[in-house]
Design a protein around this ligand. Sequence first.
Ligand code: 6PG
Length: 242
Amino acid sequence: MRKKILKDMDDLCAEAAHDLTRIISTAIDQRGEAHIFLAGGSTPRRLYRFLATSNVGQTIPWGKVHIYFGDERNVPADDPDCNYNMANQSLLKSISVDPTRIHRIQGELPAAEAALAYNNKLKYCLPFDVEGNPNPDLVILGLGADGHVASLFPDTDILDNTSDYVASVWVEKLRTNRISITYPVINGANNVWLFVSGEAKRDIVDKIFNYHTPGRYPAERVNPIGHLTWYLDEAAAYRIDR
Ligand code: 6PG
């Protein structure tokens, strides 16, 4: 596990963009294309906007990148709450991606149907390792103040689902259904990022790093076969060691 603590979001996005270029070029060298999962949320959105407007972001060979979503709200693609819509507005419409390689979750469907459809899409599109585990090149995750990642919220049954790659989940605190990838997809990745910023995440970051209680928070069960990197600005990392 690596921690990258940078002064502010601009520096954090610049560091992550540089690392993304390396991950994608390594994947293309090794498998001819890259498979990356985007997260929802305001902190990942800052990275997408940086990629859309920076030279480093524009020089990535996006045409060789398959883009997936770690989770989705149970809403249509044009809904302001839709993660695909957010990523499209902040990044995808500004880069030369191959539209056939953008794999959105069909949040407009009933949640269980959307999850089954996406599960099948991942089975068809993702690379798998020799043990038959899903092996994406990168999964980008945000972190909720309650320690959730993707839509893996505390005290929900999806946390224990190891038989599906994607599942629907009722999130009582939000009074809504979500569709999310499960730990087998996250933990099969060559790279997983926790992309976290702001004073509001200071407490959960402190709890995870300084009072490690294995499995207490969903983020603590992120344990990929590849590299796990935390990208934190100083505000979020205020109480942890560098
Ligand atoms: C979502 C995300 C969710 C998000 C975190 C962090 O659909 O909202 O997948 O997991 O990444 O809640 O969001 P913020 O960066 O906005 O706090």
